[in-house]
Design a protein around this ligand. Structure first.
Ligand code: CAA
Length: 290
């Protein structure tokens, strides 16, 4: 049976890599997409990236010029939050900070009092915890965890909070499919499934480096060539952001109440030094700024 998700317009909060990617795939799959960010500069960068990626898709004959133009016309870039009002779902993709997310959702719950869905793209913070900020709307609250780069990665990890209704879950599973993704459910435990397994592997790669088991490039080569991973764990850590990796380990150590998830001292040291990965030009490896 096909579930009617009833969604025509997708609102997104945050125009960074994740928010921008979610907006792009929504627009490409025919949804009206409104992307809100406080920063005009961030919105301009996001729009430029959309134009570039869609032009590349045309060049690669993955879509026609008309389809790319239609996708771009589906996206509204807005720095006023009222622009989100027509949304049938709002997906939040801001910084991984529980307090900031709760503030945003407390406000959204007062703006969206119908049957709109409120979703967070958090990678590890408890859905049940963030849902405490939305009061009675907790049954319409859910986790939709996308993966970077969003236009390329097929998965959406869908996480129910304790109060999420079956209707909300069914609508989000159907919406994810309509956005061209494969939705897979996971339960609301710190790190869900993806980061519960990925982050300890990345953390172990830092231990292997710290203990001199091999040089960073050799650790990555062993994992790419031996395990067919598209990127080695250390390059992937740089891609995700070393601060994000440390933060996710900390959320799991606390949330799962288990010291085996403590971040490796070498990972923490690089973060302290401001070596956060691709975004700062240096992490485990160097990334000369273009
Ligand atoms: N946006 C859109 N498309 C992108 C992109 C981006 N940011 N980056 C790469 N691509 C596309 C390229 O355009 C290219 O497509 P075409 O071949 O059609 O032109 C394709 O992806 C491959 O890119 P490249 O040839 O440049 O490079 P690559 O083959 O090395 O692939 C990669 C790059 C897709 C990032 C690949 O290395 C990969 O899959 N890495 C692993 C990524 C991963 O594990 N992501 C999950 C991170 S964890 C997470 O996001 C969640 C969390 O909670 C931490």
């Amino acid at each position: 049976m096909t579930i009617d998700h009833g969604i025509k317009t997708i609102g997104i909060i945050g125009s960074g890599q994740m928010g921008g990617g979610i907006a792009q795939i929504g627009a490409v799959h025919g949804f009206k997409t409104i992307i809100y960010d406080l920063s005009d500069n961030a919105l301009t960068k996001c729009k430029t990236l959309h134009e570039k990626l869609l032009a590349r898709a045309v060049q690669k004959e993955r879509m026609t010029q008309n389809e790319a133009a239609a996708a771009l016309a589906n996206i509204t870039y807005a720095s006023n939050i009222e622009a989100l009002d027509p949304s049938d779902i709002v997906i939040e993709a801001v910084v991984e900070n529980a307090d900031i997310k709760k503030q945003i959702f407390a406000d959204l719950a007062t703006r969206f009092t119908g049957n709109q869905i409120l979703a967070t793209n958090t990678s590890s913070i408890s859905i049940t915890d963030i849902a405490t900020s939305v009061g009675d709307a907790a049954d319409r609250f859910i986790g939709m965890h996308f993966f970077n780069p969003v236009p390329v990665m097929k998965l959406v990890e869908v996480i129910n909070g304790l109060a999420t209704s079956q209707e909300t879950t069914d609508r989000v599973l159907a919406l994810s499919t309509a956005m061209g993704k494969v939705a897979v459910p996971a339960n609301d435990r710190a790190g869900f499934v993806s980061n519960r397994i990925l982050m300890p592997m990345i953390n172990e790669a830092f231990y292997a480096w710290m203990e001199g088991v091999a040089e960073p490039e050799h650790i990555d080569q062993i994992m790419t060539l031996g395990m067919a991973h598209p990127m080695g764990p250390l390059r992937l850590a740089d891609f995700i952001g070393l601060d994000t990796c440390q933060h996710i380990m900390e959320v799991m150590a606390e949330g799962l109440n288990n010291p085996r998830y403590l971040a490796c001292p070498l990972l923490k040291q690089l973060v302290t030094a401001g070596r956060l990965g691709n975004k700062t030009g240096q992490g485990v490896f160097d990334y000369p700024q273009k």
